[in-house]
Design a protein around this ligand. Structure first.
Ligand code: C2E
Ligand code: CA
Ligand code: CA
Ligand code: CA
Length: 279
């Protein structure tokens, strides 16, 4: 509180002008981040439930800024989307993760894949196919070496259009998976016709599954649904042995979460991969 000449107390808020200023600065910084080379990717391993081997790594973007520090995607992906610059960032992610996969394959990890997150706007623009096929060509990869993750809520915004867009991507033979499965209210009718190869069970369900509520039943039902549709299931956010054991028992194919590894820098991922080959 700030006291004024009249003796009245007034609560002092950061002014609206100050807020707008900060927001403009943040947006300007985000706009420049790509050309200033401030983004980097971390990679989180997805482990085969049956063999314990790393099958795939999910690319997760980070923004390292000189003033803001390390900025996590939850703080800028949505903003980049409203600013209309997500397609550029997304194209960079696709190129960079394909380059990294090619590097790992050259190191001898011939079966390894990468999983790449797509935003709503990225899915809708038709340049996406060109971006993906250009990256595949540049790094001599085939479509089936990469997987694109699209959240269920994005797909359900416009199911007809999504089916059409996913179909176009499937022509490149890339794998497609529904991210945050169970949170987007898909109807069973759509699930049946979406041309996807996998579900990623949302970490909210995994988190709750050993706590005695309904989450275990939801996980079990989602996994058996996927099996009936001939799809793979990836469980995300696996943090405890208990969750891992239950998910394995339920027939989940791939496990991802802090129990196995956090999102890793390239250097740390190299060490993780080398160790998992030995073990
Ligand atoms: P997501 O695709 O659902 O990714 C999973 C998030 O859960 C990641 O957060 C990951 O670090 C976190 N996580 C992984 N394992 C665990 C665990 O065991 N416990 C807990 N509590 N969390 C875990 P992150 O990296 O902050 O990414 C957040 C979201 O940002 C992602 O959610 C994704 O939607 C988006 N995102 C990240 N990278 C990209 C990108 O390159 N492009 C687009 N469009 N979106 C991205
Ligand atoms: Ca994801
Ligand atoms: Ca997810
Ligand atoms: Ca998520």
């Amino acid at each position: 509180a700030k006291s004024h000449g009249t003796g009245k107390l007034r609560f002092f808020h950061p002014s609206l002008k100050e807020n707008i200023r900060q927001r403009i600065d943040f947006e300007r910084a985000l706009k420049e981040a790509l050309e200033k080379d401030q983004f980097f990717l971390c990679y989180q391993p997805q482990i085969s439930a049956s063999s314990g081997q790393t099958v795939s790594l999910e690319a997760l973007i980070r923004w390292q800024h000189p003033v803001y520090g390390l900025v996590m995607p939850d703080r800028f992906i949505q903003l980049a989307e409203t600013m209309g610059i997500i397609a550029h960032i997304g194209a960079w992610v696709i190129d960079k993760s394909c380059e990294q996969l090619a590097r790992w394959r050259a190191m001898g990890y011939h079966e390894l894949r990468v999983a790449i997150n797509l935003s709503a706007q990225q899915l809708l623009v038709s340049e996406l196919e060109e971006t993906v096929s250009a990256a595949l060509q540049r790094y001599q990869l085939s479509g089936s070496d990469i997987e694109l993750e699209i959240t269920e809520s994005v797909l359900m915004q416009d199911p007809e259009r999504s089916i059409e867009r996913l179909g176009a991507l499937r022509k490149l033979d890339v794998r497609l998976s529904i991210d945050d499965f169970g949170t987007g209210y898909s109807s069973l009718a759509y699930l049946r016709v979406l041309p996807v190869q996998a579900f990623k069970l949302d970490r909210g369900f995994v988190w709750d599954m050993d706590k005695g509520g309904k989450a275990w039943e939801i996980c079990a039902t989602a996994i058996s649904l996927a099996q009936n549709l001939g799809l793979e299931v990836v469980a995300e956010g696996v943090e405890t042995e208990e969750q891992s054991e239950q998910l394995k028992k339920l027939g989940c194919h791939l496990l991802q979460g802090y129990l196995f590894a956090k999102p890793l820098t390239v250097e740390a991922a190299d060490i993780f991969l080398a160790a998992s080959l030995l073990g």
